[in-house]
Design a binder for this molecule. Structure first.
Ligand code: PLP
Length: 414
């Protein structure tokens, strides 16, 4: 490329320093390396991204048909919170889940839950405000809290206790600046589903310290083994709660971009926060209207996801397979996930001398063409975990597990 003198002397445009401490590794450097290898013609086995459609999980036909029919009606902006029909369906869904005191004006649709996580963190956090976030987490929560100027403080989830939050650790991390706590239930990356007793203890902590509760429940319809999903907001009618869900995972339409958040419980103490949420919601005008238009059909219609998560269904069978295969590998142990489509195995870091989990992921990629996400990408501090997405078909998973076992049979980090 030829540069003119004027081009060469142009000042440099640096990224905002607000991004200096923002981590979002689910699509980070190891993924970039995989893309580079793919561009060179390598075939990469991708166990890194929770995007169901490319793995053959199809959207229910009626949802696609509904979208097609409604498209011509969806050319304009909607109300900034969302279409009446979508919010009404979300309201009914919230009532079925026992969320107390839900009103139509407290329901917001978004371009995925992602947009609403960002929006709510900006609406709540002042510089230096603290928010409790699980470790491991879905890293968008930490990233958005940081970007909003807040200070994410991580509480531990305990692998020995089925990855449930360590309540004592959670409480010990509360300070005068703590405004809120986040739970991800069912959890990404661990696949844990929190029982009622655990949720009640979390509610008690929030009650004692006057914290707002944010609950990310995007996997609530992907529970297995007959496990019941309880919305924490249903146990906290006296507290300010914000519950997040959407259709990306339950209806396999991550690409349509539709999610929502519902404020419930003590909305009186949230009135100023609500003004902030309204302002930010108005500023983005509205979420994707065609995607909103199918919410009613999706929530009220055939729940194809149920066939995937029952025994004999793809998600359930693949979970069983991966869980067994991982635990058979010398140096790996994994807790059985109860929901979603992730497993977060532990590697014996001492045995393999692993001190850098990004290097581990890169070595696995280079040697076996398998792409996983390192534990550090989920704000897990020790270099001894990685996340596997078990959405690919059984044949692919079987090949990956064999290759992983082979890789680890000789692996030793320098
Ligand atoms: N929350 C969790 C826990 C997730 O795992 C994801 C996506 O993987 C999201 C939110 C984002 O979902 P959406 O597609 O609705 O933006």
């Amino acid at each position: 490329q030829v540069h003119t003198e004027r081009e060469r002397t142009m000042r440099e445009f640096k990224k905002s320093s607000k991004l200096d401490h923002v981590l979002y590794d689910v699509r980070g450097p190891v993924v970039d390396e995989a893309a580079r290898m793919e561009a060179e013609g390598e075939r990469i086995l991708k166990l890194n991204i929770g995007n169901p459609a490319p793995f053959g999980f199809r959207t229910p036909d009626e949802v696609v048909k509904d979208m097609r029919q409604q498209l011509t009606e969806c050319e304009g902006y909607s109300d900034s919170r969302g279409l009446f029909s979508a919010r009404k369906a979300i309201m009914q869904y919230s009532q079925v889940k026992g969320l107390p005191n839900v009103q139509m004006e407290h329901i917001y649709t978004g371009n995925g839950v992602s947009e609403l996580i960002q929006l709510s963190m900006h609406a709540l956090l002042d510089d230096g405000d603290e928010i409790l976030i699980p470790s491991p987490d879905y890293p968008l929560w930490t990233a958005c809290a940081t970007l909003a100027g807040g200070h994410p403080v991580h509480y531990l989830c305990d692998e020995q206790a089925d990855w449930y939050p360590d309540i004592a650790d959670m409480e010990s991390k509360i300070s005068d600046r703590t405004k809120a706590l986040v739970i991800i239930n069912p959890n990404n990356p661990t696949g844990a589903v929190y029982p009622r007793e655990v949720l009640e203890q979390i509610v008690e902590v929030a009650r004692r310290h006057q914290l707002m509760i944010f609950s990310d429940e995007i996997y609530d319809r992907l529970c297995m083994d007959g496990v019941e999903h309880v919305s924490i907001a249903s146990l906290a009618p006296d507290l300010p709660c914000v519950t997040f869900s959407g259709l990306s995972k339950s209806h396999m339409i991550a690409g349509y971009r539709i999610g929502w958040m519902v404020l419930s419980g003590n909305t009186r103490c949230m009135s100023d926060f609500l003004l902030g949420v309204n302002m930010l919601s108005n500023m983005r005008l509205c979420s994707n209207v065609p995607a909103q238009s199918i919410v009613q059909t999706a929530l009220g219609g055939y729940q194809s996801v149920e066939t995937y998560v029952r025994p004999g269904g793809r998600v359930c069978d693949q979970r069983d397979f991966v869980y067994r295969a991982l635990n058979e590998i010398d140096g790996i142990t994994a807790v059985k996930p109860k929901a979603a489509f992730y497993i977060f195995p532990k590697i014996d870091a001492k045995k393999f001398n692993i001190h850098d989990d990004e290097q581990f992921a890169l070595d696995l990629l280079h040697e076996k063409k398998i792409l996983v996400t390192r534990g550090g990408g989920f704000n897990w501090e020790q270099p001894d975990h990685f996340r596997v997405v078990y959405l690919p078909r059984m044949e692919v998973l079987a090949e990956c597990m064999d290759d992983l076992a082979d890789f680890l049979s000789t692996y030793h980090q320098d």
